[in-house]
Ligand binder design. Sequence first.
Ligand code: 0A1
Ligand code: ZN
Length: 853
Amino acid sequence: MKDASPTAPQKIYLSDYQVPNYLIDEVHLTFQLAPEATRVRSRITFRPNPDATSADFFLYGEQLTLISAQIDGAPVTPTHVNGGLTCDVPSAPFVWEAEVEISPATNTALEGLYMSNGMYCTQCEAEGFRKITYYPDRPDVMAVFTVRIESDLPVLLSNGNPVTSGDGFAEWHDPWPKPAYLFALVGGDLIAHPDRFTTKSGKDVELNIYVRPGDEGKCAFGMEALKKSMTWDEEVYGREYDLDIFNIVAVDDFNMGAMENKGLNIFNSSCVLASPETSTDMNFERIEAIIAHEYFHNWTGNRITCRDWFQLCLKEGLTVYRDAQFTADMRSEPVKRIEDVIALRARQFREDNGPLAHPVRPDSFVEINNFYTATVYEKGAELIGMLKTLVGDADYYKALDLYFDRHDGDAATIEDWLQVFEDVTGRDLSQFKRWYEQAGTPRLSVDEAFADGTYTLTFSQSTPATPGQDHKDPRVIPIAVGLLGADGNEVVPTTVLEMTEATQSFAFDGLSAKPVPSILRGFSAPVILERDSDNAERAFLLAHDTDPFNKWEAGRALARAGLVEMVLNNAAPDGDYLDAVLQVLRNDDLDPAFRALTLALPSQDDLAQTLVDLGHTPDPTAIYQALETLKMAMATHMQDVLPRIYAQYQVNEAYQPDAEQSGARSLANAALALISRTDGGAAAQAQYDSADNMTQQLAALGCLIMAGKGDAATAEFYDQWKEDRLVIDKWFALQISHAAPERAAEVAADLTQHVDFTMKNPNRFRATLGALAMSPAGFHRADGAGYALLADWLIQLDPLNPQTTARMCSAFETWKRYDSDRQALIAAQLDRILATPDLSRDTTEMVSRIRAS
Ligand code: 0A1
Ligand code: ZN
């Protein structure tokens, strides 16, 4: 049902899609940069779209002062309407010219053209271009852009190739037609870290990473990641770069991670700047992945873009899938898969299980910025992975080749995407399409039977109702299964079962004894496997499974089961679990990174959801306590081995952020965290004092804070790093995430009063309030102090930066899990936010969706 209320913010529906009335051939833009009065002149050649059903001419425009407008050289007086303007136009092709004035210096929303530390930059996805000039700002209108920038700043950049530049100006031309959301402009006093790349067909490409003076020592790693990405995309997908130059710019104030503007990627500085002294191993891995992600968008997003914003997963799911493949190739495939599944469960399953659940391809939205979600990105990537599993590698790459051939230059849809797979394989993918259309995480239950040498697995699937979708049809689920014999040997190697019915059985013949099944190997589908398994079987799989993902998964299931008993029944830590993990820890044949992942316990949030699934109301404090008790039990149970592991995995060579060294450090630091529970912080202090890289320094500081010995080191750390904003973000976040839960809200509140706190910088805001929201026991403190603090700051941030405010409202999305007192406290904060005068559309949509649940 469409919302008929005249006051409700307008909802946009996929089913209402209409082709644009006018198409554009060329756009010429001239910018005269000035902080509060930038002039933008546009010259756009329009022609009527032969497929259009209307001749109405509408241009989006927001926060623009129109100075003048002309059609074919004659002045016109357009009519201002909500969100833009209309005008009478000729029925034949015509030239539209306009001049507008905008104020980048006062643009705190960081959308459109804005300023960050004296530098001009843009963010146009999804609908920011309309804050730069009047334009048909929709992704299916693609045009060739020529841009002239006038300013005294030394570096003036835009998309495409440089044309000319001189004193106070630069001109750029992008030969590839593109939607306005890929437009970018940068002007600043910046330093380039240059390099070159020769593509496989011999084209020489200039590469640059532009940064603020002082950051030039933090570019080398990003540049290497870029060159590796360029090579990888040629080798694996046959995709070559298509301009003479590729620029990356680092910006401190940025709402998201990075943006794939054609030929001019703009990055949150936290996602590109790296050095061993200031970045952790995790930072390096993430930076490598994001550089790859944005670069890969050049084909999956830019050359082939989205017809409309409902198709966002077309570019994002595929590009996330591609960057995950890249990371798996550069580092360790099993480790990457385990990390991704941890993140998927933490963010996407959480989203799919609550009031913000939506299909990978949503069918309506109020504010598109609220749909850059884990569901669109990460679940979108899982769908690509499932397709590849179903059709096989060879047909997957054939389908991709066809996709690039057929749709190069198009603004495409999910239908187009699935069609290439149907054409290549002859399969009917209509059932598969439900994955794009139905929200919610399927539950997969399993029964097993063994008789006369035949082992039968019977699966049943069901998906809970989600907002606006009560009924769900069965989906195609690729279930990768292997069978192990009692001696631990594999009797049936990985086999992909293709489930299409609500309930379906699969038989394995010729077995001499009942096997132990390893189900959903590699996490072959984004489902919740509900299997009544016992701890003996989990321990057996942890010891013997040949599939590394399921080996890890077995350990996780064992930990989870023990923790649930501890929370619900005050049980003691499970001795079988402690023994099983000790075996893994001791096994030097196993990858250290894998061992570190096995030592890590399920998160507080994971346990809260587990308890809900079992029909209980989670108590955040009890969950926190159970985890603490179990960690203490691990520390004592493994006391003899931990110092050996800690010493053995110290890296003595020069720091490299590669998989091998970072794996060793992650295991040594996991050992240190346990050791610090019994040695009063002595080993952590020693590591802190001698650390020469941020991974070691930050891990040690975290251990010291946990051990109650962190005050001196916390102060020292600040003195050492106060000039480095990215390190100080870590300093803010760590103090909150490692605080005792009853103190976390006070620590966060105090830090909002620190001289270095500013809500104008999204990274700093997230490091403070985001860190609190991500510390469940602290955030869900029974007196509601955590909720009130977050709400206070969201209310203050909203008028300045609606996008970041709205995203952070998801801290409240799990509120229905908790007891009625906590629910009442959260409801009061949600209502207070909603009652704020002039609340943004972004935040209104998010809070209303959460509150309505
Ligand atoms: N397309 C970018 C992410 C991004 C999306 C929206 C933004 O502003 C609202 C900014 C960046 C990516 O996938 O990396
Ligand atoms: Zn992306």
